[in-house]
Structures are given as structure tokens and as C-alpha cells.
Design a protein around this ligand. Structure first.
Ligand code: RIB
Length: 302
């Protein structure tokens, strides 16, 4: 379905350590966990694998350290058919994320940036080929790298999708005119000052983000409420697909990968939002990050 799309992701590559407990500890408290595991993650790498599982040709641009985690993460990207020639391996330690999951599948994540913070913004021109179909970026690398890559892709007329995770303030005025800007609820609040709790606040937040970024579309990921789409004129809401929620980690990454490819394939942003919702609902029903990314067949079967 997406095999003729050439995609690139500039973003983070992390080793995730995932710990589950019925209830997460408060300050100074120690609780017993039920499971733990290590997994390949990082918002950039998750999205690259998400795109690849859906069938696109994918190149990863990022940085890891010259250490065991970096080697394992690169091997895993290769195993998932992601071209890693754009991943530098001479960084300080590879990025690490500690992911705590509670009994309702909700997570809290602490990220050590490590090598992800050292991506060279001056390589953007060289690393973005003119014939690229779509570029995806997130906010888990430094702002200057994100802006350099987005501005270069926009200049070359390439479809550019900005996933605004994790939540932080960001100088959106430094990168303008991307195709899709897509924050989740917390990221929306961090960037617009408005939490999208209902239709009116989602519209208000989208209007602010539209003006700040000059994106063509603002797509808010609204968790169990699905997503919304704003095109500068009106806002529309897209209902989620039912799912038994085990772990919400990387549901946003899965959503963004499917949103991007369906938009490039069809040019229809509404179909793309629906596809994003389908991928997100598969992702929440599985534990882990990369493990959550569905194939095109799994989505079609829904
Ligand atoms: O979006 C999920 C990802 O966020 C995890 O894989 C973790 O690495 C953090 O970056």
C-alpha cells in the first residue's frame, strides 16, 4: 500500500527500560513492580519502524553512542528494514528512557537525551534528498536540529510532518509552513497554553498553533477521544477505534507514521486522520514501543 513512498525520520533513538506496577509511587514512596523489560525505542526510531512496518522505504537520521545500546538499536532498525546510513555512532551515551506503566496502561517517561542532543543541524541539506516523499520529526532532539530539518524539507517542497512529543515549549516561529503539526493533549497545552479538553478549547488551541507554525493542518491527538483536524477554517473530530488499553506508550508514534503515509498516498487529510486513529488503537493494545507498531495488514483487518 505504501511501498512506493520514500520516507525519512530525523529523531531520537533510545533504549527503553519499562517497569509496570499496579500503582506508581508518590514522592519518597517505594512500590513493588509486576514486570520489567528492555525494549528498543525513541520517538524517532519508533516512527521509522512504524513507517517501515506499513511498507514504506525508510531512512533514519539520528545519533547514538559508541556503546552496546547504540549497537543493539542500530541492529534492530536494520532488522526492521530501516536504512541507518544517516545514523552517527560517535555520540556520548545512547539515549535512555525509563518508562513507568500503571495498572490502567498509562505511562510516565523520563528521558536521558544523550547522543540525541548532538545531531548536527548543518547536515540537513545533505541528508534530505530532493526526491523524498515525506519527512517526520519530533521534539526529542534539539530545537536547532528540528528547525533546520523542517525548514530544509519545506524549502524543497517535501511533505513534512512534525510530531510535537515530548511536551515542551518550542519556538515554532523558527520553523514555518510544515504540512502537518501534530501534538497530543499535553503537548498542545505546552505549545498553545490551552488544554484541549472539549471542542471549543481544541479549536482555540488549534487556531493558536496554526498562527504560530503556519502549518497547513493542525492534527491534535486526543487520546481516547481520537483526533481533531484544523485547516485554518474549521475543526473536525475523528472518533477513535475501540481497543483494550494495555500500554499507551508509542501510540502517538504509531498514529503519526500512519497519518503521514496515508496523507502522502491519498492527499486526503481526513482519510489520513482516520488511518492514524486505526494505528493508534492497535498500538495501545500492545505492550512496548516498537512492538506496538502495526503492519498495513493489521490495520486493514480492523
Ligand atoms: O513515544 C514513546 C517513546 O518515548 C519511548 O520509546 C521512549 O523512548 C520515549 O522517547
Amino acid at each position: 500500500m505504501y511501498s512506493n513512498i520514500k520516507a525519512a525520520v530525523m529523531g531520537s533513538i533510545n533504549m527503553d527500560i519499562i517497569l509496570s506496577a499496579d500503582r506508581l509511587p508518590g514522592v519518597g514512596e517505594n512500590v513493588l513492580g509486576s514486570t520489567y523489560s528492555y525494549a528498543h525505542g525513541g520517538k524517532g526510531a519508533n516512527q521509522a519502524i512504524g513507517l517501515s512496518r506499513l511498507g514504506a522505504k525508510v531512512q533514519m537520521i539520528g545519533k547514538v553512542g559508541n556503546d552496546a545500546n547504540g549497537e543493539s538499536l542500530i541492529n534492530n532498525l536494520k532488522k526492521n528494514k530501516v536504512d541507518t546510513s544517516g545514523v552517527a555512532t560517535d555520540g556520548t551515551s545512547t539515549g535512555l528512557a525509563a518508562i513507568l506503566i500503571d495498572g490502567d496502561g498509562r505511562n510516565r517517561i523520563i528521558v536521558y537525551e544523550g547522543a540525541n542532543s548532538e545531531i548536527d543541524p548543518t547536515l540537513a541539506e545533505k541528508n534530505i534528498p530532493d526526491d523524498l516523499g515525506v519527512l517526520l520529526v519530533q521534539f526529542e532532539t534539539k530545537e536547532d536540529a528540528v528547525c533546520a530539518y523542517v525548514n530544509e524539507a519545506v524549502k524543497k517542497g517535501i511533505t513534512t510532518v512534525v510530531d510535537c512529543g515530548p511536551a515542551k515549549s518550542f519556538n515554532l516561529e523558527k520553523m514555518q509552513g510544515m504540512t502537518i503539526l501534530s501534538p497530543n493533549e499535553n503537548e498542545t497545552e505546552a505549545l498553545s497554553g490551552v488544554f484541549p479538553s472539549d471542542e471549543a478549547s481544541a479549536l482555540k488551541a488549534s487556531e493558536i498553533l496554526f498562527l504560530r507554525s503556519r502549518a497547513r493542518y493542525i492534527v491534535l491527538k486526543l487520546g481516547e477521544r481520537g483526533c481533531s483536524l484544523y485547516d485554518g477554517k474549521e475543526i473536525k473530530f475523528f472518533a477513535p477505534y475501540p481497543a483494550k488499553v494495555l500500554d499507551t506508550t508509542a501510540a502517538g508514534d504509531s498514529f503519526t507514521a500512519a497519518l503521514a503515509l496515508e496523507y502522502v498516498r491519498t492527499g486526503d487529510i481526513e482519510k489520513a486522520c482516520d488511518m492514524g486513529n486505526k494505528a493508534g488503537s492497535v498500538a495501545v493494545s500492545r505492550i512496548g514501543a516498537e512492538n506496538s507498531m502495526p503492519t498495513a495488514d493489521e490495520i486493514i483487518k480492523m
